[in-house]
Design a protein around this ligand. Structure first.
Ligand SMILES: Cc1cc2nc3c(=O)[nH]c(=O)nc-3n(C[C@H](O)[C@H](O)[C@H](O)COP(=O)(O)OP(=O)(O)OC[C@H]3O[C@@H](n4cnc5c(N)ncnc54)[C@H](O)[C@@H]3O)c2cc1C
Length: 357
């Protein structure tokens, strides 16, 4: 019996667990380790903040999903992975030995800027963000990527005064202009080309010679690898993400898989890519257990971006194409709700009740 350890309840592991629920795998014992028994779905987070969804609507029950997949759920966080000894160490001191491990632990928010760690609230973990977020306040957001822009407009929709610092736009010029217009139309104090150089207590944001005090500073500076990956012994890319081969296996340790934000696949960090990787992971983990052929993952350079604009309105973009409207929000709402229904086993439940009839 092979011991398969799943670290993190990210998008790809959610797909894998759904697959195991539908088609159990004999010859392996699955254990899922993740810190939260109920997990917030990132794509619906701006909608929770804007007030379109109740928190429960954007959460799924990790323990219940694991149970449906015949996996043991262990609430906890990895603080170390010893790839040479094939053992994971949890924050509470427990050790979990494995034969195969799959990492889908996401990323943390990059906070190397002086004072960011001490005086700003990072986007991750989302569970902590929603508990500490202030609405009746002047909020600064550092980072003008998709998540920074979405949060800025969601907070404006709830009445906050919002200043958005964006050192550089990650979008193609036409899309960047579209997003900038959307931000300004909603009254976000958007500061393109302005880098938040430091954060001091107050909290005060220092940008060049300018010092400005806010009620709260949110840090949305993009993804960075979890610190413990550095000491894992796994091969990593120059940013510190786990290097994988075409089958999503670590290039240095054949019994380790890595998917989603924590893996270096050459794609942008996005839930859409993580879900696609999950489909291949579901096949390849089965193949690794049964010692059959693994299949390659084919990276897609461009994922669909649906960026919500506070109200029920969104910008849709893929590659050089972009458009906007209420229809884009309803499209995203349909995609996200369908995904949540899948994770809650609602489709499965329907199947079961049909079988009973
Ligand atoms: C506000 C916001 C909105 C976004 N909207 C979209 C969108 O609409 N579409 C899109 O494609 N992308 C979106 N993204 C990006 C997307 O959230 C990430 O790229 C995606 O979540 C990565 O998925 P993942 O499967 O790698 O990990 P995640 O979904 O982040 O999951 C990581 C898992 O690992 C667990 N974990 C963390 N640390 C540990 C540890 N030490 N030990 C064990 N478990 C651990 C976490 O609790 C979680 O279960 C958004 C991001 C943000 C911030």
């Amino acid at each position: 019996m092979k011991r398969v350890l799943l670290a993190g309840a990210g998008h790809a592991h959610a797909v894998l667990l759904c697959s195991l629920a539908e088609q159990p795998l004999y010859g392996a014992r699955f254990t899922l380790v993740s810190p939260y028994a109920r997990q917030l779905y990132s794509a619906m987070l701006p909608g929770v903040i804007a007030g379109h969804y109740r928190r429960e609507e954007a959460e799924f029950d990790v323990a219940a999903l694991a149970q449906r997949a015949f996996a043991e759920f262990v609430p906890g966080s990895l603080v170390r992975l010893d790839a040479a000894r094939r053992v994971a160490l949890l924050a509470d001191g427990r050790q979990l030995p494995y034969d195969i491990v799959s990492l889908n632990v996401g990323s943390r928010t990059e906070d190397a800027t002086p004072g960011a760690h001490e005086h700003a609230l990072p986007l991750k973990p989302y569970e902590r963000l929603v508990e500490r977020l202030r609405y009746d306040a002047h909020v600064a957001i550092a980072g003008g990527g998709a998540s920074g822009a979405e949060l800025a407009m969601a907070l404006r929709h709830r009445g906050a005064v919002v200043t958005l610092y964006s050192e550089q736009s990650p979008f193609p010029p036409k899309l960047a202009r579209r997003i900038e217009r959307a931000l300004r139309r909603r009254g976000v104090d958007f500061r393109p080309g302005m880098r938040a150089d430091a954060v001091e207590s107050g909290p005060v944001v220092i940008a060049g010679q300018a010092h400005q005090q806010f009620d709260q500073v949110l840090w949305a500076a993009g993804p960075a690898p979890l610190a413990w990956l550095e000491r894992s012994g796994l091969a990593r890319d120059e940013q510190g993400f786990v290097r994988v081969d075409a089958t999503l296996r670590s290039v240095s340790h054949r019994e380790v898989f890595a998917v989603g934000d924590c893996a270096a696949t050459g794609e942008a960090k996005s839930g859409v890519h993580a879900v696609r990787q999950g489909e291949v992971l579901a096949h390849n983990l089965r193949a690794a257990v049964t010692e059959t052929l693994l299949v390659p993952y084919e990276p897609r350079p461009q994922a669909l971006l649906l960026l919500t604009c506070g109200a029920r309105y969104a910008i849709a973009a893929r590659g050089s194409w972009s458009a906007q409207g209420r229809w884009a929000w309803w499209w995203k709402n349909w995609i996200d709700r369908r995904w949540m229904a899948r994770l809650r086993g609602e489709k499965l439940k329907r199947k079961v009740s049909l079988q009973k009839r």
